[in-house]
Design a protein around this ligand. Structure first.
Ligand SMILES: Nc1nc2c(c(=O)[nH]1)N[C@H]1C(S)=C(S)[C@@H](COP(=O)(O)O)O[C@H]1N2
Ligand SMILES: [Mo]
Length: 429
């Protein structure tokens, strides 16, 4: 077993206090029926007393015109990793996957990746231009976009670099950092097909190039087939306007394909007959192989899964007995059909329970409930998609792709649960 080489870098060690609590709470599940954790509660609020919150009126309806989470959830935030932060403007932060459940990512917790900072676009000045190999070059306002028939669809977005730091071995201590460059929201928008048809595609049209209106002017080449299949121009996420970080007022949605292609602050779509070989598809977002050649146009995000609880930032604090293991699985190829879980490093596999809607190219939630005997565990999950593809081990990936890659690491993750309940990022072979 290789321990994570830089455990301090992930800033995610469970801390002494939570481990002490784990000790105190051990075996207390039955006594407290799991409702309150020993060592934390204020006895004055506990039965048979009348709790504080039952004795006084609460805040009025105007206390928070735009609602915010409970102050007790203040630790549930996006976090960045200092040594991965080139500058504040060209940077990334990570979704706190270990604090979430279900399959929807709340808007304020969706990881952010931008190359030129968050563009401050004014909706009234927003324009989307369609040019190139079209019959009629067009410029749309935001209101124009909202007069096309619109659709609502739930998709995950994963940065191709998610888990990229783990190619050469276990690095970051927490699924927020190893797997947190993914989010899943419901998008409301216009199928790109309608917009392209409005401009009229010329017969030699084969590719599109979406371009961002931010300072990075990010652009990528996308085959027309994909553009006409399921891409959309979205202006809402989870029912409300896109957040500025996510490309307000409009972004491209490219279901199942790497996050880099989901151009934010979308200002222009050029139609052409060949790819543009932009920076983000040559010098970046290509996969350097062992022989010095690079894989290009590796668009699809392959089937992947991760156990979110327990994990290094979410240690086991309840001692032995019933344990709910939980995680996420997703595939750029479609639906997840099955997830297997092992607690003994792959000696025995158990089929996990998928719960919640199973939608193509969206996150899927899985659970595995078991009785923990308090001994050390090596947790792994392995996802299958509807094409029959099975998530590979990291060693199997390296055998094919070498170790020069950053992008497209969908290998199986291992968490080492110690007897005291703390959890560490490790690799086993
Ligand atoms: N205009 C523009 N679009 C962009 C980017 C950018 O820097 N500028 N970053 C891309 C990358 S690399 C990713 S992974 C996703 C991240 O989307 P999010 O910030 O909504 O999570 O947006 C993509 N779209
Ligand atoms: Mo990305």
């Amino acid at each position: 077993m290789t321990r994570s080489s830089k455990p301090e870098e992930g800033l995610a060690s469970p801390g002494r206090r939570s481990l002490l609590k784990a000790g105190l709470a051990a075996g207390s599940l039955a006594a407290t029926a799991g409702l309150v954790r020993a060592g934390e509660a204020n006895p004055e609020n506990l039965p048979p007393n009348v709790a504080d919150w039952s004795r006084y009126l609460g805040a009025g309806v105007d206390a928070a015109p735009y609602g915010v989470p409970s102050e007790h959830e203040a630790h549930v935030v996006r976090r960045s990793v200092e040594w991965l932060t080139a500058s504040r403007e060209s940077s990334v932060n990570f979704t706190p996957l270990h604090e979430l459940d279900g399959i929807i990512t709340p808007n304020g917790l969706c990881f952010e990746r931008h190359h030129g900072g968050v563009a401050e676009m004014t909706p009234t000045d927003y324009r989307l231009m369609i040019n190139g190999l079209v019959e009629t070059p067009l410029i749309f306002t935001l209101d124009d976009l909202k007069r096309f028939p619109r659709e609502n669809r739930l998709y995950f977005l994963e940065c191709a670099a998610n888990s990229g730091m783990e190619w050469r071995g276990a690095q970051l201590n927490g699924c927020q950092f190893t797997h947190g460059m993914v989010h899943c929201v419901m998008y409301t928008g216009v199928p790109l097909k309608y917009i392209l048809e409005e401009a009229g595609l010329k017969t030699n049209a084969k590719w599109i190039m979406p371009e961002g209106g931010d300072a990075s002017g990010m652009n990528r080449s996308i085959p027309l087939e994909k553009a006409l299949d399921d891409c959309m121009v979205a202006f809402k996420m989870n029912g409300e306007a896109l957040r500025p970080e996510q490309g307000y007022p409009a972004r491209l949605v490219v279901p199942g394909w790497e996050g880099n292609m989901w151009v934010k602050w979308l200002r222009r779509i050029e139609v052409g007959d060949e790819p543009w070989h932009a920076r983000e598809e040559t010098s970046k977002y290509t996969d350097l192989m062992e022989n010095g050649k690079a894989r290009r146009f590796t668009w699809v995000m392959d089937t992947k899964s991760v156990i979110t609880n327990p994990s290094p930032q979410a240690p086991v604090t309840h001692g032995k007995g019933p344990m709910v293991l939980s995680g996420l699985a997703w595939s750029g190829n479609g639906r997840i059909t099955r997830v297997d879980v092992t607690v003994d490093g792959g000696k025995n596999w158990h089929e996990a329970r998928l719960d919640g809607p199973s939608l193509p190219k969206a996150l899927h939630r899985f659970y595995y409930e078991f009785d923990w005997d308090g001994s050390e565990l090596l947790l792994q999950s392995r996802a299958y998609d509807e094409t029959g593809y099975v998530q590979p081990t990291k060693d199997a990936l390296r055998a094919v792709r070498g170790t020069n890659s950053i992008y497209h690491n969908n290998g199986i993750q291992t968490w080492y649960v110690k007897a005291d309940g703390s959890v560490e990022n490790v690799e086993i072979s």
